[in-house]
Design a protein. Structure first.
Length: 97
C-alpha cells in the first residue's frame, strides 16, 4: 500500500507490504511476530530507506520492534511517521495474519 503522510512541513511516502507467505516469523500464546516490507520516500520520490521491519501483534495492539526502527537511517520525524502509518496499516489486517 502506498501512503502519503504529512506532519507539519514534513512529507513522506511510505510503501508498506505484508507478503502472503512467509510473513509470520514466530508465533506463541502471547502473540506473533510478522515481517513487513517498508520503503520510505521523500515528496520528490527519492528513496530514503528500504527494508523489513518486524512487528509484534497480540490481542492488545500492534508494536513495531524498536531495534528495527533504530537501524533506519532517516530523521526522527520520518521514523515517528512510519510508526504511525505501520500501525494504521497492519491493524485492520490483524485478523487475517
Amino acid at each position: 500500500m502506498k501512503i502519503r503522510s504529512v506532519f507539519k512541513k514534513h512529507v513522506y511516502w511510505f510503501h508498506l507490504f505484508v507478503p502472503a507467505k512467509g510473513h509470520v516469523l514466530s508465533e506463541d500464546s502471547n502473540g506473533k511476530v510478522i515481517s513487513a516490507e517498508v520503503s520510505i520516500l521523500t515528496e520528490s520520490q527519492q528513496l530514503v530507506w528500504e527494508g523489513k521491519i518486524r512487528v509484534f501483534i497480540n490481542q492488545f495492539g500492534t508494536y513495531p520492534q524498536p531495534e528495527d526502527l533504530n537501524r533506519i537511517q532517516a530523521s526522527d520525524t520520518a521514523k515517528k511517521m512510519l510508526l504511525i502509518e505501520l500501525r494504521r496499516y497492519i491493524k485492520p489486517q490483524k485478523a487475517f495474519l
